[in-house]
Design a protein around this ligand. Structure first.
Ligand SMILES: NC(=O)c1ccc[n+]([C@@H]2O[C@H](COP(=O)([O-])OP(=O)(O)OC[C@H]3O[C@@H](n4cnc5c(N)ncnc54)[C@H](O)[C@@H]3O)[C@@H](O)[C@H]2O)c1
Length: 452
């Protein structure tokens, strides 16, 4: 339970789990989805926390009235609608939930890209109006292309992860150093502009990124390219985008966000007159638009609320000690078997099956689910070997495991027969056990994360 009464004002509707979990944890929650900003300002002095989506901007005026405010939590990814510096200067904690909608954004960006490449929306529209145009709707393939991601944070990383199954080169550019990973190689902006066939924006809206993608930026790309924008509309100068679509420098654009959106993202613009550039987007077959819904899925609705509930609770109660049960086996480490003539056998496998053999056999490299390199070893052993003993079998399995020492202790308690003592080498720790049929199993804890 919270030590004193903590009052939270919710000014946007969210998944019901948010309110129920906060209630259960002892917070006092009030909802007000209708009052104007001024009306909320008149009562905010009474609250310790506020939960918003994007209803209005939390500016200096608002913050000056929020005299008891301890936190602002935004049920969304970015905090662009909050005067963060001013809030922090008043020791107000800021909470966002990019973990809740990053998967949705990654999938949406990929969906837009594939729809554009395969002209799905255009073809669908044509069929509905009675046209069966196959040649006009011939598509492009992602295979072999280079995708450039600007802004490699939560959303950029999620999109890169989705691209893992495609044979594409993924590059990223970010103002922070060393953010690249196994899914995207960090490069300079110049290199990205030189190589990319697709540009996907995943940057926040800041004074530096406002109107970032303008004519100069577009023309600095060496090749014509496709643009995907799921970040913020004002990061792109729409008039310059239109010009590039007209000249063919931009081949197509998937836009989940538009320059003309209102801050709340709930409406487009209030003026009656549609700007010329927007009119072009509305009429162009090269453009695919969605109403700021990249992060807006049934799943993210729940995940966003859960993330915020967890973070608010953490703020007041501290982080719960995570009880993590280590995985026992994380993968197959190797396949070992006895052979009359290991060298001849290795040569045979090399010649006929293309195995890349050395004195130890063949190492197969693969990526684990985090994108780290890991290896599986195939090795023939001399038939006289005693490496498999006490097993009399022709084969021995090797499994990669986490925390071998602890696992061996647990297995011992469980009555599993342990063979010999654990051994440590540069490339990891090894232990051996027997299964109920007398098969010897080698357990390998690879030396570092790269191999896990
Ligand atoms: N369309 C949607 O529904 C939706 C949903 C979620 C997030 N978003 C938007 O996606 C964007 C990214 O969100 P995030 O959670 O990944 O943010 P993040 O803070 O996790 O990552 C943004 C990255 O951009 C980098 N960056 C900042 N300025 C840059 C610049 N000038 N050049 C290059 N890199 C720069 C930062 O260093 C950071 O690594 C935000 O604009 C957010 O509002 C949109």
């Amino acid at each position: 339970m919270v030590p004193e009464e903590i009052k939270i004002l919710h000014i946007d509707s969210n998944h019901p789990l948010l309110l129920s979990q906060l209630q259960e944890a002892g917070f006092t929650n009030h909802e007000d989805f209708k009052s104007s900003k001024e009306e909320i300002e008149a009562k905010i002095h009474d609250y310790n926390g506020i939960v918003i989506r994007s209803r209005f901007k939390i500016d200096k005026t608002f913050l000056d009235k929020a005299t008891k405010l301890q936190f602002i939590s935004r049920v969304g990814a970015g905090l662009e609608s909050i005067d963060c510096d001013y809030a922090l200067s008043k020791k107000i904690s800021l909470i966002a939930a990019p973990e809740g909608n990053r998967n949705a954004v990654g999938e949406h960006a990929l969906g837009m890209l594939l729809s554009l490449f395969n002209k799905l929306n255009q073809a669908d529209r044509e069929i509905r109006s009675g046209h069966w145009n196959r040649e006009k709707n011939r598509g492009h393939e992602l295979d072999g292309k280079t995708v450039g991601i600007i802004g490699y944070g939560n959303m950029g990383k999620s999109f890169a992860k989705k691209l893992r199954g495609f044979d594409v080169e993924v590059l990223c550019y970010d103002i922070l150093e060393n953010v690249g990973d196994a899914n995207a190689k960090q490069v300079s902006l110049e290199e990205l502009q030189q190589k990319s066939d697709v540009l996907s924006l995943h940057i926040p809206w800041t004074p530096e990124t406002d109107k970032l993608v303008n004519a100069d930026y577009i023309n600095a790309f060496a090749k014509p390219f496709w643009l995907i924008n799921t970040s913020r509309g004002k990061n792109v100068v729409t008039a310059d985008l239109v010009q590039a679509l007209e000249t063919g420098k931009i081949l197509g654009a998937g836009l989940d966000v538009l320059e003309y959106e209102k801050l709340s993202f709930e409406t487009l613009f209030e003026e009656d007159k549609i700007p010329e550039a927007f009119q072009y987007l509305l009429e162009s077959d090269k453009v695919l638009m969605s109403p700021h819904i990249a992060g807006w899925t049934f799943e993210s609705h729940e995940k966003l609320a859960q993330t915020i509930a967890d973070k608010i609770k953490e703020l007041y109660f501290g982080k719960k000690a995570e009880v993590k049960t280590p995985n026992r086996v994380t993968g197959i480490g190797g396949f070992f078997f006895k052979s009359e003539d290991p060298k001849a056998l290795r040569d045979w496998y090399k010649k006929h099956l293309g195995l890349n053999t050395d004195d130890y056999g063949c190492t197969f490299w693969l990526k684990d689910k985090e994108g780290y390199d890991c290896a599986t070893q195939w090795s023939p052993f001399k038939s006289g070997t005693n490496y498999f003993s006490p097993s009399e079998k022709q084969f021995m399995q090797n499994f990669r495991v986490e925390n071998l020492e602890e696992l061996l202790a647990t297995l011992k308690q469980e009555g599993v027969q342990i063979i010999g003592e654990m051994e440590s080498y540069d490339y990891g720790k090894f232990g051996w056990i027997l299964d109920i049929e007398g098969n010897k199993i080698e357990l390998w804890e690879p030396v570092d994360k790269v191999f896990l």
